[in-house]
Write a protein that binds this ligand. Sequence first.
Ligand code: 6R9
Length: 629
Amino acid sequence: MAETFAVKLEERCYYPDPRCKAAAWTPDYTRAYSEFLHDPDGFWDQVARELDWFEPWDRVKEWNYPYAKWFVNGRLNIAYNCLDRHVTGGRRDKPAIIWHAESGEQQVLTYEALHHEVMRFANGLSSLGVGKGERVCIYMPLVPEQIVAMLACARLGAVHSVVFGGFGADALAMRINDADAKVLVTADVGYRRGKTIPLREIVNDALTRTPCVEKTVVLRREIPAADLDPAREVDYAELVARAAPDCPAVSMDSEDPLFILYTSGSTGAPKGIVHTCGGYMVGTYYTARHDFDIKETDVLWCTADPGWITGHSYIVYGPLAVGTTVVIAEGTPDYPDPGAYWQLVQDLGVTIFYTAPTAIRMFMRYGAEWPAKYDLSSLRVLGSVGEPLNPEAFEWYYHAIGGGRCPIVDTWWQTETGMHMITTMIGEPMRPGFAGKPIPGAVVDVVDRRGNPVPPGTGGFLVIKEPWPSMLRTVHGNDERYRTYWNTIPGCYTAGDLAVKDEEGYIMVLGRADDLIVVAGHNIGTAEVESALVSHEAVAEAAVIGKPDALKGNVIKAFVTLRVGATPGDGLVDELTRHVKKSLGPVAVPAEIEFMDRLPKTRSGKIMRRVLKARELGMDPGDISTLEE
Ligand code: 6R9
């Protein structure tokens, strides 16, 4: 891996309306951060006290490098905190989940209704022999039952492993076997773009090679309902109907595992990340509330699927622990037309909207006339996650969606971190291209290979220097891999991303370290060149890779998709070349530009550069189980 390198920094800055700062949960970031630094354990102790515990903790943390325990000997149940706490605390009739189907059908579950559903399903699972510590795989479309199943596992102390409903049989079988799941919860079908996705067929295929699975619970949605095989399948509705209504929440040790979740695998094979009950609850609760500034009347729509960490932390556990109303929608953002999401924002009065750059760039491609047809004045906070938010995409999101009114919280974090680690807290000045600063509670830095902080303007490795409550505890079945995160750079958790800081400490993420390109001795992060390309009016999305070159070591090749109305051709290639040269200088100029209809992405929407690279160089792309079809 190359040494540190110079990066050209974006200089634009947006100043938010001072009123949103004054009213925020964290009205003064600088003060909150220094209070945290002054007494980190005291900071988290305070946060944890806002939640319900069956037994208090003896110590906030125990740090035995690289193993951490948080809220040591504390006992709790996260589902209790997401449900019972609200039912008895004045939110009984408040909507917890509003589900929207592609067909237009809607379902509202109040906190009381969700509590009942979860208790019954938990009893149902326990009648199938699921108990504390047992693994349950959840492979479902985006329906309320998916969330019910997660919370039911948590209530029983069973460990869930949610597999995104868009995965195929091999990916599903690998995850079931790796987690050694005893029960699988699924549905007969999912619905997407007006088509039916035959989940049960995929499951039946996967089950031919998953001997650990004893029973499959099937949510039957199609009419007439398919016949089930009574030897191994159980009907979801019947299971719930014959289950007892009350199910006490099992008292869990803070450090008992809560779930396993496989990483999205943009740069390598998926890893089973293990999170535990206490610290994960505290971390997601705090960040949901403070980073999105959730107030009692807010309606939060996080467009991820619960099959990703973003859904686990900011559809399910964080927002429900806070007690907010969560919107979920089955389907895709541009079906039946590219206004579908904005219609829903308008109709449901969504106030906090959290999505990914891939979606924002797709909306840009369709043009601002789509959101302009709807009343988006309910929106108050806009969030982004998953990839660097290119300055151009920031601007578009800020103006076309937020009406120049809503702060944008670009949140950097990972499956491994469990919670947000970097963002621009509500009310702080926003810098397009920069995710922001470490949140109070996180110690994040940019360092060289030996762990020394690098000066502003110099690129380096993004690391986390102190343990945090919702950090991964291990990689399921591969603790060695866990230790690698902590022993690559001395004293630090290495995130695998490249980044750069400015004079004020704002952090810009430059892409994955594995994707770094070294041209004539200069290190170039993928995000810089891609953002320069995306800032051209003809470009919708861009991905760059390095290609070996006898003279320069590597040259840059760019793959570009165009906005609606733009035409590919040699003229545009020249123009884009000049454009990148002007913004970044000659070293960053792509030697080749290829126009594409779409870029290869993970099913969670991240560009998979290694697939482009393998194709270009005629190499083996490695594990591509998470590649979109
Ligand atoms: C939450 C999630 C983690 C990787 C991470 C980084 C990229 C996530 C980002 C971002 C720039 C942001 N990433 N958020 N890059 N700006 N705001 O996406 O988890 O699927 O594990 O991916 O995603 O490269 O290391 P996960």
